[in-house]
Design a protein around this ligand. Structure first.
Ligand code: ADP
Ligand code: MG
Length: 627
């Protein structure tokens, strides 16, 4: 709730709207307490007094009634009418929408065709017809305005409800034995409530105008009672001779409606959950770079060289240091594994390479990423765009989420090819088929016509790999590509990747949390913990004699088939939260060898044996492990 108000306050216009509406509402509430003249007492000798005359600050109207007093009472009535109409329309309309959307089928059909009939009439004409049938009067005008707005809410809310009614959590509630009524109240309503509030906040102003409109035509409030619309209506005949009688209520309507609309837009933006985490803007095409020093030089002449990379997330007043100085390099044709617990910063490191971390809130605060000799941190967007997918491609964890659900697999492949290369559709089509074959998809020709939902998880991930291969990249960054798959499919995918690497000389950065997978595929492995590399070396050597206690613990977590019965180890404790990293070794709190020195200051990633490095003051002594 506080976050909501803070977001709202950041939007200047919405804040202005809130202040204006706040003042108007407070004035309307305290009107009966103010020392105002009676709004309905006529005083014809003093009619049409100008503004600022004695005893009548805003002058008097055609019957000599005090305009200030009428304005205050009129505003009170108009606001009350508008809000009441909005609440009635929202409650009725939403109830209708939820019922139609939730039950579907014939219920939906009957209800929505009725709503459509109401919507087929011009808005104000329908309101006029209702008042004509019921007779003029305040209450009837209120009913008319509420009634013509019910369809608007019903349509909106029905659409949202249809989407929610088929979600898994609703099925789960049903399985748990909840009745429909309970599901609607406990599962559906909380999800549509923000939408109802948004729809209300953006329509209240409109309803105040409509009630004022009916009163203006003499169908709403009846004389002598004042509301803003009837004041305007009565002043109409004196518009030229005594314009202030029209300007006073007219200006008030303008202020109220403007204020409510600004506020309504702000409420809508602040309630949109997608906007909550960041600023009120869309992510930029490339991660923001805010380097506080000069770019470090490449440490090696490798194909891809990451030097002292730092990426953090700035969320409100917190800073999450997701990647805190990572050094990595990958040679042509090499497979580098990055391993670490969930949350250790593997994905953020991978995404930083091509500037794909969402900004806001992500910021690259230091380091360099040299690809083929060129620093990509802070490179122009056009440079990044021409490299993305063409020379450095990604494979993500969940192919269900990365493939577009509404396009055929083949068309998505063709699009990936033609984004970077000016080839005919036929040529791209042929290439797509050969790509599908190279990732061992059976019946590649007919699979081109399949939609993602028609494929199994392993099949979809193969399409994902084929897309990554589409432009013959030099490096593929695979971020846990097999985590969502079962072990047999995982084995197939790994063998596809391994073959491709040999055939095409691909460099692969393979991110995983599974040492078994690293052992099968990777030449070298880097172990990550709390945003830093804690150990790096050739896979076989690291697996045989891990030097960092964390690596050693991670390896102990891997079950081995036929390895006899042993207790599987688990690492006690949790990784540190990256907005409050400890001084010194981040693993110290979970390490049984930790000494006071470990917590004293930062520890360097130091070379031990040839090609091996470890970030630990007391590395494990090389003991041969039985593995
Ligand atoms: P993993 O190693 O599992 O891939 P990530 O690289 O995704 O981990 O995340 C690293 C850290 O960055 C985590 O601690 C996570 O909480 C933090 N993080 C990731 N995205 C955001 C974000 N948008 N806002 C704040 N923190 C984030
Ligand atoms: Mg990840």
């Amino acid at each position: 709730m506080m976050a909501f108000f803070r977001l709202l306050a950041r939007n200047r216009l919405a804040l202005a709207g809130l202040v204006v509406i706040g003042i108007v509402v407070v004035l309307a509430l305290i009107t009966p307490l103010l020392p105002l003249a009676d709004p309905d007492v006529t005083d014809t000798p003093n009619r049409f007094q100008p503004m600022f005359s004695a005893g009548a600050l805003l002058g008097t109207d055609h019957l000599g009634r005090d305009l200030l007093s009428r304005l205050m009472w009129g505003t009170r009535l108009s606001l009350a009418m508008g809000f009441a109409a909005a609440v009635i329309a929202a409650v009725l309309g939403s109830a209708i929408g939820i019922i139609a959307g939730f039950y579907g089928g014939r219920t939906d059909n009957v209800i929505m065709r009725g709503v459509d009939m109401l919507m087929a009439f011009p808005y104000i004409l329908l309101a006029l017809a209702i008042v004509a049938a019921l007779g003029p009067g305040l209450m009837n005008a209120l009913i008319a305005v509420a009634a013509v707005n019910v369809p608007f809410f019903a349509r909106n809310i029905r659409g949202i409800t249809v989407g929610i009614a088929h979600k898994e959590f609703v099925d789960a509630a049903r399985l748990a034995g909840m009745r429909n009524r309970e599901i609607i109240l406990a599962e559906v309503l909380p999800n549509v409530l923000p939408v109802i509030v948004i729809a209300m906040s953006t329509t209240v102003g409109w309803m105040i105008l409509e009630t004022a409109g009916l009163s203006f035509l003499g169908l709403g409030s009846q004389p002598p009672q004042a509301d803003l619309g009837s004041m305007l209506g009565e002043a109409r005949s004196a518009l030229i001779t005594n314009p202030h009688t029209s300007i006073v209520p007219g200006a008030m309507i303008l202020v109220i409606v403007m204020g409510i609309n600004l506020l309504g837009d702000g409420v809508r933006d602040a309630l949109d959950p997608r906007l909550k985490s960041g600023a009120l803007s869309r992510p930029m095409p490339a991660t923001t770079v805010d380097r506080d020093g000069p770019a470090p030089a490449a440490r090696t002449d490798s194909l891809l060289d990451i030097a002292d990379l730092r990426t953090e997330f700035r969320v409100r007043n917190r800073v999450y240091k997701a990647v805190g100085g990572v050094d990595l390099h990958v040679e042509k044709g090499e497979c580098l594994g990055i391993i670490g617990e969930s949350g250790s910063g593997k994905s953020v490191t991978a995404l930083s390479v091509m500037g794909l971390v969402a900004s806001p809130p992500g910021v690259i605060t230091g380091g360099a990423v040299h690809f083929d000799g060129q620093d990509l941190v802070g490179a122009r967007y056009e440079v990044l765009r021409s490299l993305r997918g063409r020379r450095v491609a990604y494979i993500f964890q969940d192919p269900q989420a990365t493939l577009h659900p509404l396009y055929k697999a083949g068309d998505q492949l063709i699009e990936a090819i033609r984004t970077h290369e000016d080839v005919s559709r036929e040529a791209a089509h042929r290439r797509a088929i050969s790509l599908l074959k190279s990732v061992r998809i059976p019946n590649a020709e007919s699979r081109m016509e399949s939609y993602p939902y028609e494929m199994s998880g392993g099949m979809r991930q193969r399409v994902g790999i084929a897309m990554a291969l589409a432009n013959d990249p030099d490096v593929i960054i695979a971020d846990e590509p097999t985590t969502a798959l079962d072990v047999t499919v995982q084995a197939q995918i790994l063998s596809v990747l391994s073959d491709l690497r040999r055939e095409r000389g691909l460099a692969i950065i393979f991110i995983t949390h599974d040492f078994g997978v690293v052992g099968q595929l990777c030449d070298r492995v880097a172990v990550m913990y709390a945003g830093r590399i804690v150990e790096e070396g050739p896979t076989a050597a690291v697996l045989r004699s891990p030097q960092h206690p964390y690596t050693s613990r991670l390896i102990d977590c891997v079950p081995t088939l036929g390895g006899g019965q042993r207790r599987l180890a688990a690492i006690p404790g949790l990784p540190p939260v990256v907005d409050r990293l400890p001084h010194g070794c981040a693993f110290a709190d979970r390490c049984d060898k930790a000494q006071a020195e470990c917590r004293a200051g930062s520890i360097a990633l130091a070379p031990t044996e040839p090609a091996r490095k470890v970030r630990c003051l007391f590395p494990e002594v090389a003991k041969e492990r039985s593995a």
